[in-house]
Design a protein around this ligand. Structure first.
Ligand SMILES: CC(=O)N[C@H]1[C@@H](OP(=O)(O)OP(=O)(O)OC[C@H]2O[C@@H](n3ccc(=O)[nH]c3=O)[C@H](O)[C@@H]2O)O[C@H](CO)[C@@H](O)[C@@H]1O
Ligand SMILES: C=C(OP(=O)(O)O)C(=O)O
Length: 433
């Protein structure tokens, strides 16, 4: 077990390289199941979730190879150094995604659509609930049914079958789901005929997946809009695809610059992927401008202003940025209202932020945050990925030492976090717990 020690109060300054996006990389890796030819993914982040997905794919019979071996430590804090992985699903050895693997990471459910489309069957463990909510997969299953699959639930597993192959259908999602849209898109690529996905998620990660599938030979129109049309093809082929930069990682470090009164260049960040976060930061008093190789974020003078926000599917304000925005608001002038509309239990960071001296009142899905003069470091417990990041942000701004325990959440989604922050002047170290 390890923990992070942060001695706060230093404005961040320097360059932080933004990695490839976890939430783009995971579905892209699952897409390798759709073809018997190699899929080469570049700019993959080094994260525990990527290893988990690689292990699951390997279990299903996919050969997973990192180009240049393990890639070493690579890339200093200022330079992006994504890894390249070649995934080759020439044969699929197993169509069962077992509980032991799926429970480690919810995104494992993304193998359902590809396995079903390629093999005519898939047996995938139900992922179960997690800290931020119950997170059912009913929309994924409805999408598979709309393409002709039979679905049964037995002993905690989804048994999906389509012995004569999937057929195109009309999928109308009653609510926007990123994962269900991805599963539907992948499955539809190999279904017979046309599939129309309505009320599709519009996240940049969907567009990235569609671009990769298109490079593999899929026929997809409308990715990035609420209506996606897919003309199924008989087979997909080899492709090379670069994972897009992580807008949530970039947004998190942008918040770090803002909360510490710093000046940071986010190398490789793309403003067009994170407009709602950029708007929020500007309203809160940070300057955000395009630089030659990314985004520059600074708040060298002036207070943090209180800004209300409500989470929403893309292009709205991302639920994955809510905890970080809340950390920023703990030091704002005035009171900000943050409403969480996507997940029912995504305020796990509140009790820990209170330990640092924050003033937050929760009423259902709304948190009212009244800024305080200062936060004071304390031991805190990370409870989920973005909650953990909010504690890092608060710790960077707090007086004294903050000790963050349970780092495995952070390691799921932030590549070399302490190296990147230390490279920009933070006093942060990882030590045995
Ligand atoms: C690996 C990955 O990309 N994870 C992201 C993805 O998660 P994920 O794809 O799991 O999230 P969804 O977009 O599916 O969830 C949105 C909402 O729909 C509900 N829902 C979803 C599926 C379903 O079958 N039934 C149902 O009711 C969920 O409980 C939630 O309330 O999008 C979330 C919302 O932007 C992000 O927070 C996660 O970081
Ligand atoms: C909730 C997240 O991830 P996942 O869907 O993998 O749990 C996240 O990235 O914030």
């Amino acid at each position: 077990m390890e923990k992070l020690l942060i001695r706060g109060g230093r404005p961040l300054a320097g360059r932080i390289a933004i990695s490839g996006a976890k939430n783009a990389a995971l579905p892209l890796m699952a897409a390798a199941l759709l073809t018997d030819r190699p899929l080469r993914l570049t700019n993959l982040p080094r994260l525990a979730d990527i290893t988990t997905m690689a292990d699951l794919l390997n279990h299903l019979g996919v050969s997973v190879m990192l180009e240049g071996g393990n890639g070493g430590a690579g890339g200093g804090a200022g330079q992006p150094a994504g890894r390249t992985m070649v995934l080759d699903a020439a044969t699929i050895a197993d169509t069962v995604a077992p509980y032991d693997m799926v429970r480690r990471m919810r995104a494992s459910v993304l193998v359902l659509g590809p396995l079903l489309a390629r093999c005519g069957e898939a047996i995938v463990s139900l992922p179960g609930g997690c800290a931020i909510g119950t997170r059912p997969i009913d929309l994924h299953l409805d999408a598979m049914r709309a393409m002709g699959a039979e679905i049964a639930l037995e002993t905690g597993y989804v048994h999906a079958s389509a012995p004569r192959g999937l057929v195109g259908g009309r999928i109308v999602f009653p609510k926007v789901s990123v994962g269900a849209t991805e599963n539907a898109l992948m499955a539809a690529s190999l279904a017979r005929g046309e599939t129309v996905i309505e009320n599709a998620a519009r996240e940049p990660e969907i567009v990235d997946l569609a671009q990769c599938l298109t490079a593999m030979g899929a026929h997809i129109d409308g990715a990035g809009t609420a209506a996606i049309r897919v003309q199924g093809v008989a087979a997909l082929g080899a492709a090379t695809h670069a994972v897009l930069p992580d807008r949530i990682e970039a947004g998190s470090y942008a918040m770090a610059a803002a909360i510490t009164g710093g000046d940071v260049d986010l190398v490789g960040a793309r403003a067009d992927l994170m407009a709602a976060t950029v708007d929020y930061l500007r309203a809160a008093g940070a300057e955000v401008v395009a630089s030659s190789d990314g985004l520059r974020v600074r708040r060298v003078a002036g207070p943090i202003r209180a800004v209300d926000v409500e989470t929403a599917p893309f292009p709205g304000f991302a639920t994955d940025m809510q905890a970080q925005a809340m950390a920023l608001m703990t030091l704002a002038q005035g009171t900000a209202t943050l409403s969480e509309t996507i997940f029912e239990n995504r305020f796990m960071h509140v009790s820990e932020l209170l330990r640092l001296g924050a003033r937050i009142h929760i009423d259902g899905g709304t948190a009212r945050v009244t800024g305080v003069e200062r936060l004071i470091g304390a031991p805190v417990m990370a409870t989920d990925l973005r909650a953990s990041m909010s504690l890092v942000l608060a710790g960077l701004a707090a007086e004294g030492e903050t000790e963050i325990n349970r780092l495995y959440h952070l390691d799921r989604g932030y590549e070399r976090l302490e190296m990147k922050l230390a490279g920009a002047g933070a006093d942060i170290e990882r030590v045995p717990a």
